[in-house]
Write a protein of this length. Sequence first.
Length: 245
Amino acid sequence: MQRIPTGIPGFDELIEGGLPEGRSFLVSGSTGTGKTILTMQFVFEGIRKYKEPGIYVTLDERPNLLREDMLRFGWDLRKAENENQLQIIDGSVARIGMPSDEEFSISAGFDLDRLLVEVMRNARRIGAKRIVLDSIPALGFNYENENEVRKAILKISYMLERTGVTALLVTEVPEGSGQYSKYGVEEYVVDGIIVLHYASVGAQGNRTIHVRKMRATKHSEALHPLSITAKGIMVSKQERAYEEV
Ligand SMILES: Nc1ncnc2c1ncn2[C@@H]1O[C@H](COP(=O)(O)OP(=O)(O)OP(=O)(O)O)[C@@H](O)[C@H]1O
Ligand SMILES: [Mg+2]
């Protein structure tokens, strides 16, 4: 089996060097836990370190704000886009029914099939190896019943599998809920789940990352400290972090 390194410092060694290639994984966590930063880092480091083009589908954040925020970490998304290494697909405006001035956007009413067609088309065009969908709950906006959600998620993972890309699907769950996915169905469709936590310990916020499941991988089962630095996310080994305290 081929593995693709995420490029996130400290994380790949927790999962035998990288994610099993061509599979889909869930990145789950409550608001502000770093899901967007972590998944963009996966795509951006894919381009920068491994020469693997990537697609970022943003349904939560508008592309321009995303570009601005990520520049804080020194990630020049615009440049990568101009070099056809990155494609941001804007689904954010479609949800609220507004037109987008992005080159690739889903407008005029949201439609999962159209979004997937757009993703596939762009994946072929730039030769994408990595894809992020941020986020599933943002897609589920119109879905009331669990069966619909299950079908939609199955469809997404089936389409992604056909393209052979490695995908991170972002989902949101309330901290401390003990759930890994919004609808309780996403986790059965994916090949692994990465959970981000934010806990307040005394006056200090405390971020951790946990590999909850990773098929075909002997992964760490511990909660590892995660920090957001000027260069993005870094994961430290639990043992070392405790020594440092
Ligand atoms: N430049 C930075 N340096 C340090 N920490 C930052 C920086 N930018 C953002 N953060 C931290 O990261 C958090 C946001 O991360 P991110 O947007 O990835 O979270 P998220 O899980 O995607 O949240 P949401 O549920 O709102 O989409 C901020 O609340 C802040 O705590
Ligand atoms: Mg986010």
